[in-house]
Design a protein around this ligand. Sequence first.
Ligand SMILES: Cc1ncc(COP(=O)(O)O)c(C=O)c1O
Length: 382
Amino acid sequence: MAERFVPYGRQWIDESDIAAVSSALEGEFLTTGPVVQEFEDKLKSITAASHAVAVNSGTAALHAAYFAAGVSSGDEIITTPLTFAATANAARYLGANVRFADIDPQTGNIDADSIEELVSETTKIIVPVDYGGLPADYDRINIVARKHGLKVVTDACHSIGASYKGKPSGSLSTAAAFSFHPVKTVTTGEGGAIVTSESVLASRAARFRTHGIVRDPAVQEEHGDWFYQMVDLGYNYRITDFQCALGLSQLAKLGSFVARRREIARRYMEALKPLSSLWLPMQSEGSESAWHLFVVRVAGDAAKRRPFFDRLRRAGLGVQVHYIPVYWHPYYTDLGYEKGLCPVAEDFYNRAVSLPIFPKMTDDEVSFCIEEVIKAAREILE
Ligand SMILES: Cc1ncc(COP(=O)(O)O)c(C=O)c1O
């Protein structure tokens, strides 16, 4: 075992977070109380959205957003295979089918031309994923969507704090889903949110979060104050007030967290640029990534990715790989998806290694990771 271990991502909880959670625990409401609303208001101001619906995971946010955007049984969504399975699974929960569009080899984001090739009569939504925190190519994606009358629901689980042509993540499509898992830029333990500027979509998502139940004062007038009606098959996707208190306290640090991630990415870029055996992450014109991930790719023989990865792990780097193409998972191959469907995404996966990056990472840890990556590249890849 290496003496030190630097994970690829981890939360940063300080005294102010602990105080915020304690105070929420002493409040009158543990769930569905005022702190949930405050957290939603803060999310709205950060993302320039008119509505925010906080839920208990990023997966729940995707599920609710797809439902609210009108996805139902037999519909199709178009998304990227270079993502966590939840992006596609949320469509399957609704009985919808998933078409996988290939990616741009430079950025790892979904390719707008590949989307257009897959649009059919049954397509309902396009789901770009802001891979690693870099906003997808929204100008082109929104053109395809408008042309075919489709909504765009972003999986923005990596990109809170990022921007595209001066606009914040969350404001670039019909709706966006965030995750507040501990490895993400801000955390609520588990948690997520949908943001949108469409009021009908927002109210459908809010209803979905709580069993599809509505309490209409006019109907209560007739039947009694206890009366409610379940109008959709919703879920219990509610988030607690103490989680939202943590989220609010974390959002106050969003700017410094993202700035620190950018600083670490800049150091990696500078130090690793001379290595011809590694491809470094590419940024796109006008975009500012939130740097949730820093993914390098093995440039030569992709078979060397495994020994390179193992060598870094032995040195104490908690490297990871993001992502196994979703349709390679047995659940999806059982549905008939085959290897070779998205060759660019498959090649990306075969070469990828995510290096540690998180705001609490010290300068010394960054230097240690850089040294070990250079050593491993020289030993194994050159
Ligand atoms: C791209 C992407 N989508 C969806 C999710 C699901 O988020 P959560 O773990 O909060 O359910 C994640 C988190 O792992 C993710 O990285």
